[in-house]
Design a binder for this molecule. Sequence first.
Ligand SMILES: [Zn+2]
Ligand SMILES: [Zn+2]
Length: 82
Amino acid sequence: MTTAPLTERGKKLLRQYTPPETIPPQMLYYDAGGTTYHTHHCPDESQHTWMCNSPYCNSLTDLCPDHGGEEPIKIGREPWKR
Ligand SMILES: [Zn+2]
Ligand SMILES: [Zn+2]
């Protein structure tokens, strides 16, 4: 077994930060106060996708709030904390 030399040339230690998911142009999204976005698939006729950053979403395939679905839970407004 060989170990990598400590001074390995060309090896970069600094990384560029890339968010897990960024919001593309034209994308519908819901700001729930979170930091990372995930993608929902609305089962409406249009079958559109939308993104939100609520950390409390269990299902990603429910109707979006615009199509009669429930609003994602906002950070700081969790119903179980009231
Ligand atoms: Zn969500
Ligand atoms: Zn929808």
